[in-house]
Design a protein around this ligand. Structure first.
Ligand code: PMP
Length: 976
């Protein structure tokens, strides 16, 4: 045990008694600088932010008792870090040329003082959402700092409260300041953790460490994609020679009060740290107990600091964080965490040699999978109360089914539930049936204990736990059982009989029946062998993050970088249903971006229609079949006005745009086309030529072929003309462009635009604009093309075609996406006087365009839209969303505007409502944070600062509320 008086001397200190007048004099006399002053938080020293004409500085006034060798050590560390490219404050010399100054405060005590540059950037603690990537980068930084520090000389001998080697002493010494129930909890955890550390303490390497690399002391800057990256460290007040792994323990503890204490992320952090600084097996075993000890020290120190310095608001504010850290750390048993950190249990239990149990009379019960991709869960069978029992009853019939251990059961996930808090992963297997059944031993074991519905058997090195069976008479603790011995009869539950089974190697660790996804990697090894005990294969690794990474790498191996993708570290999806997407860990996400699946994911009516065509006839449109006319007539019936009588069916939006451009050129005998800024129209040569979005192609504007002219995006929010009355100004600009073209003998064949500017974020053009440019084109002998690929098909809620609401009858309408709900289907709708010119360029034929399967898909989509009144739903839920977002905008300044209508909307995020500076980095981070909360959303517009709202049109009010609640919560954090 450390000499208690030496230790106590370090924590019974208040902050230096120096006031701002003193500080101003000090700065003037010693450093020759003056400027505005503000105090920065500190537990025991005093830090002042000084705003000088030469930049911001930090003045550090050390405790009177500070050893000068410690201050010299800090200078050496700052210099070493700078040499290795790690951002850190730089010390500034005093007027006498020395870095370290000594100052006697008004109360007569003398203090060492340093003046440092202020490291620009944000502190990690102010970042509103910590992504897995940022967290890993933080650990890499921590590891690099640790590696650099290993080479720095340090001659201060310290015994102090933040060195984890003294942690138990500190906790015991200070626990008296805690309220009684907290005191008991903190002491118990610290004592147990210390015993675990003691087992490996002699093998822990030590060196100089920073000992306080936490979210407070790490500076971040944004990567080009908007996610913050840890780049530097500040505050070297806790430098000490101690266990190297202590550096990582401190860092991990500071993660536990963030949005997630995701174990996968914590493990990845340990690996990232290890890659820089190294981490032995002994260190991995000591890590989690040290995190618990750090948490305990934080809690007792915080209370103690308040006891001696009740005015220290900084210490008071931190109290809640520190208690959260403690609760999370204490709530995760070391056995689980160490298993995770070592990649295997510290003492692996051998798998059983074979089956341990059987159902009497049914040697091979059918396996029932409730994993997210299981066919028995199709058509939403996983939803609603009692879904699991229903599925079991249907599958079991008269017999028994076996549900394996190691599945993420979709029946345990609910839309709207926070993914971090649902527990879908099965840490047990089950026998289940509608009727009671008997369970017997399949090998020799011994009864360990039993209760009313419970039986534990000693099996090999572990314990086989059975629950939910009435134990057979005659069994007592110590009774041996052998192959065929009756163990008990399944107890009837409310709707079926279920006997759960788990084989636990180390019976002392409490293992829940089900756990959240990130806990699975830690708990699964503790029940290894459960499936073998029932004659089933062992489960695949529950590390879904790793399997998703592997899948991404498989794709990356052959796809060029230019192929777009959502998320740097995407989840892997295996199911879609209505407005939800489900990942491999049965995480149910709300889908706000799939406007293609307008009638909802996996609609059975669509499947049935396509299936029918595939079963009977699926050929091409050179043959005669009814579906082509059936569908084309239905499509024409959705149009308005009197003119539309011609439909050409193709496979995609790109193809439709390409064909529309060709028609316009042939019909007018002209070549020039006017498009708009910020537009996306496809990837083929012609549709790409009219695509101007700088997001899709940063050089778009500079590289348009000479047959394309670009008009301004009529964006009344942030375009060249602003406000609801901006229409005439945009029209005047357009007329000028048109006149210029006509004057140079390049009168256009057509103008193309999205009826609502979808790719700009759902921006509705000023009233009269689309109609005005259509008139202008007509006067000039050209045509207008409405691109309704995204915004058409009832999505805007008021009119089936968005152009109609703009008071215009475009000459050509192109559509795709929603038409087939994911089945490739696109169309050009026009008047026959225009389409009849097509023959001039040869015959037209597109092999699968308008095939029976495509037409059946198209008809099914229209039927469902009508039957389920999805346009009405888009109107109602869209209006509900708008009201919700408008209300959020009143409270959260980041929300600049809500664009669009119905279920095509966009939430534009700005740093400032005057300048409209786009909040690009915040939007990227918000999308990551939304994903963490189960909401799939993406940024759009050229500036990437608009959140898309273009979900399946099945989005319910409850779904919308789910999004609004999460958004409100996230926006409530501190954004830039
Ligand atoms: N037009 C618009 C407005 C679009 O958004 C898109 C696709 N995003 C296209 C055309 C091209 O459609 P597709 O991807 O089906 O070729």
């Amino acid at each position: 045990m450390t000499d208690p008086s030496r230790l106590r001397a370090t924590y019974s200190l208040g902050r230096p008694g120096i006031d701002e007048r003193d500080v101003a004099a000090l700065l003037r006399e010693r450093f020759g600088v003056g400027g505005g002053l503000g105090e920065l938080g500190s537990q025991q020293d005093r830090n002042f932010l000084v705003t000088t004409p030469g930049g911001r500085r930090v003045l550090k006034v050390f405790q009177a008792a500070t050893d000068p060798a410690l201050v010299r050590g800090q200078l050496a560390v700052m210099s070493a870090l700078a040499t290795h490219g790690i951002v850190a404050p730089e010390p500034l010399r005093g007027l006498d040329g020395e870095f370290v100054q000594e100052w006697t405060a008004a109360d007569g005590t003398s203090h060492l003082v340093l003046l440092l540059t202020f490291v620009e950037g944000r502190q990690l603690v102010d970042v509103p959402y910590l992504s897995a990537r940022t967290a890993r980068g933080l650990a890499t930084l921590g590891g690099s700092v640790c590696r650099v520090l290993a080479g720095v000389g340090f001659d201060a001998e310290r015994v102090f409260q933040w060195d984890l080697r003294h942690s138990l002493d500190v906790v015991r010494d200070l626990a008296g300041v805690l309220p009684p129930e907290r005191r008991t909890a903190v002491l118990a955890v610290a004592e147990r953790a210390w015993a675990e550390v003691a087992e490996v303490a002699d093998d822990l390497p030590w060196q100089l460490i920073h000992a306080d690399i936490t979210d407070d002391n790490v500076v971040v800057r944004d990567d080009p994609d908007g996610l913050p990256r840890a780049v530097g460290v500040i505050d070297f007040g806790d430098l000490t020679r101690s266990w190297r792994v202590g550096e990582l323990a401190v860092l991990l503890a500071s993660m536990l009060h963030h949005d997630h204490d995701d174990l996968g992320v914590l493990t990845a952090m340990a690996d990232a740290f290890a890659a820089e600084a190294g981490l032995t097996a002994a260190e991995r075993r000591a890590l989690w107990p040290l995190v618990q000890l750090r948490a305990a020290v934080l809690v007792v120190s915080g209370w103690q600091q308040l006891a001696i310095d009740p005015g220290n608001d900084y210490a008071r504010e931190r109290g809640d964080h520190e208690w959260t850290v403690f609760e999370v750390a204490a709530g995760l048993p070391s056995a689980v965490m160490t298993t995770l950190l070592l990649g295997a249990p510290a003492v692996p239990a051998p798998l059983p040699a074979g089956r341990l149990l059987a159902v009497r009379g049914q040697p091979h019960p059918a396996v029932l999978s409730l994993a997210a991709d299981s066919a028995v869960l199709d058509d939403g069978a996983w939803l609603g109360a009692g879904a699991e029992d229903r599925v079991i009853r249907a599958a079991a019939g008269d017999g028994v089914v076996v549900l394996p251990q190691g599945e993420f059961r979709l029946t345990r996930s609910t839309p709207g539930a926070d993914p971090a808090h649902s527990a879908p992963y099965s840490l047990l297997a089950e026998f289940a049936g509608v009727r009671a059944f008997e369970v017997e031993a399949a090998t020799t074991m011994v009864v360990a204990s039993l209760g009313p519905d419970a039986l534990d058997l000693a099996a090999g090195g572990g314990v086989l736990r059975l629950r939910g069976l009435a134990v057979a008479p005659g069994l007592r603790p110590g009774t041996p059982v052998g192959p065929g011995t009756l163990l008990g009869t399944a107890v009837a539950g409310p709707s079926c009989c279920r006997v759960t089974v788990a084989l636990q190697g180390d019976a002392t660790v409490p293992v829940p029946d089900f756990c959240p996804r990130d806990r699975a990697v830690g708990y699964a090894p503790l029940v290894a062998g459960t499936n073998t005990a029932l004659g089933l294969p062992e489960p695949a690794s529950p590390d879904v993050r790793a399997t998703a990474h592997a899948e991404q790498r498989r794709r990356d191996a052959f796809l060029p970088d230019s192929t777009e993708r959502y998320y740097r570290e995407p989840p892997e999806f295996v199911r879609g249903w209505r407005s939800y997407l489900v990942d491999t860990a049965a995480g149910v996400h709300l889908d706000l971006v799939n406007n293609v699946t307008a009638i909802g994911h996996s609609h059975p009516a669509l499947r049935a229609a396509v299936d029918g065509a595939l079963r009977r006839l699926n050929t091409n449109s050179r043959f005669l079949y009814r579906l082509l006319a059936d569908y084309s007539e239905r499509l024409l019936a959705t149009t308005w006005g009197t003119g539309y009588d011609s439909v050409l069916l193709v496979n995609s939006g790109t193809e439709a745009v390409d064909l529309a451009l060709r028609l316009a050129k042939l019909a007018t005998g002209r070549n020039q086309v006017i498009t708009h800024r910020e537009g996306y129209h496809g990837w083929s040569e012609a549709s790409d030529a009219v695509t101007t979005s700088a997001y899709d192609n940063p050089n778009a504007l500079a590289t348009r072929p000479d047959w394309v002219s670009v008009a301004e995006a009529p964006n009344p929010y942030r375009g060249v003309h602003r406000g609801p009355e901006a229409g005439p100004a945009y029209l005047a600009d357009f007329d000028r462009l048109l006149d210029g073209l006509t004057a140079r003998d390049a009168a256009p064949a057509a103008v193309i635009m999205e009826s609502i500017l979808g790719n700009a974020g759902g921006v509705v053009p000023p009233a009269g604009y689309f109609a005005g440019i259509t008139d202008a084109l007509h006067r000039a002998g050209g045509l207008s093309i409405a691109d309704e690929v995204q915004v058409g098909f009832g999505r805007t809620g008021d009119t089936f075609w968005a152009a109609r609401a703009e008071g215009v009858e475009p000459d050509i309408i192109v559509c795709a996406k929603a038409m087939g709900n994911g089945f490739p289907l696109g169309a050009v709708i026009t008047r026959s006087e225009i389409s009849s010119v097509l023959g001039q360029a040869g015959m037209f034929f597109s092999t699968t365009g308008g095939s029976p399967a495509a037409c059946a898909a198209g008809l099914a989509v229209l039927d469902v839209m009508e039957r389920e009144d999805l346009m009405g739903n888009a109107r109602e839920v869209g209006a509900h969303l708008r009201r919700g977002v408008d209300e959020l905008a009143g409270r959260h300044p980041l929300v600049g505007a809500m664009h669009g209508r119905g279920l095509y909307q966009g939430i534009e995020l700005v740093l400032d409502r005057e300048s409209l500076a786009p909040a690009v980095a915040d939007t990227a981070l918000l999308c990551e944070a939304l994903l963490g909360r189960g909401i799939v959303d993406q940024a759009t517009s050229e500036r990437q600062n608009v959140l898309k709202i273009k979900p399946p049109m099945t989005l319910s009010r409850a779904d919308a509320d789910w999004f609004l609640e999460v958004l409100d919560d996230l926006l409530g954090k501190e954004w830039k």
